[in-house]
Design a protein around this ligand. Structure first.
Ligand code: DAH
Length: 423
């Protein structure tokens, strides 16, 4: 029987090899399996990792030392973990082979970070978690859909002794309430989205306030720019099989409502089954790409996977910066070398190139100009410099003839201006 192999996170040195036998359910293509090795959320210059760190910092600021970080779980999980333990109905569409990658009839590529909920709860190693992971759903590929994306799930447990929740709530209010300039619209619970009858009204209130304040504060922290008018947010009722009641939070950004996360009070049945019947808790889940695309101005979800220097070099750890678009058409390089005075200023050359390009009506075609070589002749002591000009268009592939014409114009200007000898 053939084997599906999964090697995790070579990039972070956390490598683990798992073998899974294939069967009639297997539908994971090689191209998708290869993505399981990347772990973009652990690469410090990826916008996804930068956003993850911002979120972690926020939770640490609210309640220092409470949230355990989890980000190296295997992407192959059992059907029990991905669906059954989370009370997802047997006939739910997300279980179908047209929506989910089946490794075999017992295992899938996790479709959400909630797949780790039951085992993390059962391990009882912390009262709070932030789990970050790549998740997989069979989907079309376009600017906003990709079959691999990244989610973060947060969980916070309290003992069902009210003092614990009250203390946590007071601490939280001290740390975040009033810090953000936000305006929140609430929603009334209705229909099946009611509190669980096993929880007292005081428990319900305290857990809900703790959950909502954390998330309102988080998105205030991420979206609010100083000196702007209050950020608008609204709570919407939602349905998730693993939480009750459930909500989604929306944030108004550039005139549109953007859904930023799902959350709710953890189903007590899930806590009971995982050996936590003395606890009550909340959970939330969010998609990192959706938020990063807005915050970093990244127009296409495929760019997160780009290895192009022009993408990768734009981001620095701990900083949310706006993406500057670049062309998908190929570049064309041409060099200019000449003998010159040792006092020759490179900046004069750079300026001249821009001026000539503008005269040709082609200022957008020069992507970069760089000095690639300097050489002093040992006998004559004359200096030679070589500059490389990179031409590229945003709209089309440039023809050699049009680049040649512009490049010849630049060479001519070099001799006209500085009376130097082209090599
Ligand atoms: N797992 C959900 C999804 O993939 C996201 C989610 C919603 C996670 C609500 C949660 C939650 O923990 O409480 O769409």
């Amino acid at each position: 029987m053939k084997l599906v192999q999964c090697i995790r996170n070579a990039a972070t040195q956390q490598t683990k090899v798992c073998n899974f036998e294939v069967d009639s359910m297997t539908n994971v293509p090689k191209s998708i399996l290869s993505k399981t090795k990347v772990g973009l959320h652990n690469l410090p210059a990826s916008p996804l990792c930068i956003l993850k760190e911002k979120i972690i910092n926020w939770f640490d600021k609210c309640e220092s030392g409470i949230y355990r970080q989890v980000s190296h779980q295997s992407p192959i999980v059992s059907i029990k973990e991905n669906f059954d333990d989370l009370l997802i109905p047997k006939d739910h569409i997300s279980r179908s082979a047209s929506d989910t990658y089946y490794v075999n009839s017992k295992h899938v590529l996790r479709t959400h970070t909630s797949a780790h909920q039951s085992s993390l709860l059962a391990s009882k190693s912390a009262i709070g978690y932030l789990v970050t992971a790549d998740v997989y759903r069979r989907d079309e590929i376009d600017a906003t859909h990709y079959p691999v994306f990244h989610q973060m799930e947060g969980i916070r447990l309290f003992s069902r002794n009210l003092d614990d929740i009250k203390v946590a709530k007071v601490k939280l209010e001290k740390n975040i309430v009033g810090n953000s300039n936000i305006n929140v619209t609430e929603t009334e619970l209705s229909g099946n989205n009611m509190y669980q009858s096993t929880h007292s009204s005081l428990e319900q209130d305290l857990v809900t306030i703790h959950l909502k304040k954390h998330l309102e504060g988080l998105f205030g922290h991420l979206f609010q720019r100083k000196d702007e008018k209050p950020l608008q947010m609204r709570w919407i009722q939602a349905y998730f099989p693993f939480t009750q009641p459930s909500w989604e939070l929306e944030v108004e950004y550039r005139g549109k409502w953007l859904e930023v996360c799902g959350c709710g009070v953890i189903q007590q049945r899930i806590l009971d089954k995982s050996g936590n019947s003395d606890k009550i808790g909340w959970a939330f889940g969010l998609g990192l790409e959706r938020i990063a695309m807005v915050l970093f101005d990244i127009p296409d979800i495929r760019l997160f996977w780009s290895k192009d220097e022009r993408f990768v070099s734009q981001f620095q750890p701990n900083k949310i910066s706006k993406f500057v678009p670049f062309s998908k058409y190929p570049a064309c390089y041409k060099d200019v070398s000449f003998w010159c005075d040792p006092k020759f200023h490179d900046n004069d050359f750079f300026q001249m190139v821009r001026d000539v390009a503008e005269d040709f009506g082609a200022q957008d075609l020069v992507e970069s100009v760089s000095l690639i070589d300097t050489f002093v002749h040992p006998k004559t002591l004359k200096m030679s410099k070589c500059f490389r000009i990179q031409y590229r268009s945003f709209e089309r592939t440039l023809s050699n003839e049009e680049v040649d014409e512009l490049h010849k114009g630049i060479q001519k200007m070099v001799t006209n201006l500085w009376n130097v000898e082209i090599r």
